[in-house]
Ligand binder design. Sequence first.
Ligand code: ZN
Length: 324
Amino acid sequence: MDVLVSEVGPRDGLQSLGVTMPTAAKIAWIRALAAAGVKEIEVGSFVNPRLLPQMADTGEVVKAARDIAGLEVMALVPNMKGARLAVAAGAPKINIPVSASQAHNMANVRMTCEQGIEAVAEICRYRDSLPESARIGVEVGIASAFGCTREGRIQEDWVMEMALRLVKAGADTVGLSDSVGYANPAQVKRMFLRLRKEIGGHAGGAHLHNTRGQGLANVVAALDAGVTTFDSSLGGIGGCPYAPGATGNIVTEDLVFLLESMGLDTGIDFNALLRARDVLQQALPDVELYGSSPAAGLTKGFAYANPSRGFDPEPAKAVNQCDL
Ligand code: ZN
């Protein structure tokens, strides 16, 4: 596998929706994603259920997802309380968001950026105190790393300083998140190259949103900078309640098509991904799903980057039969 596609729909996607997906439907969806070859899924977040009732069943979802062979299960954790809940539920890996924007971090988790870094240090000390078999992986995503709806431009020097401090705090990896779709390809390439220079092997993946249609262009720029992990959500669900028609995370189906077309093995079967999309749509019939490749299907003559995987390369749907 060349690139890890980390599915965040069950967390990032669902938490932005006004509806709550029933637990059994979430588990069926996660199973369908894993059956398509998705290797890592962020299945929920351990946040106050009064603030995000959509995520109240995360403990149960983590437990069910852990039984799926070969799947790396992740959960988002905003603070120490969430970390304890994640460990209790048996989550092997957690993702802690810390924003580079003071205003965003305050609104998101009621902490300054510095307090957010200290919370990561506290969680890492807790991790280190656990018996070796129970030690969780700790990923940090620097949110609003490319710009913020509240503060506008974010200083790149500050983002890099945060990344260094987060590694010192004990994070295994530190990635960069374009939480609000502000990034452009030149900036993405520049910042990920610099991130690798600053923190070496601790440099994490890219979490990109497609709010302004720049998502896949930013993926290609990040690939040029050596990034090999990308977050995405099936059907691009999520969006922003304040920007009608704005899609959420980059679309998993389009990301997989892009990567495989470029000769980069994801281990994911596109047609099986479409079956997972059907599972999602049936569970949430009123939610709009995004993506271009699900409607158009695979191209004629399409070949997976690793042909020995034996996926069916036939076009998924008979469309685009126009002869003109
Ligand atoms: Zn996001």
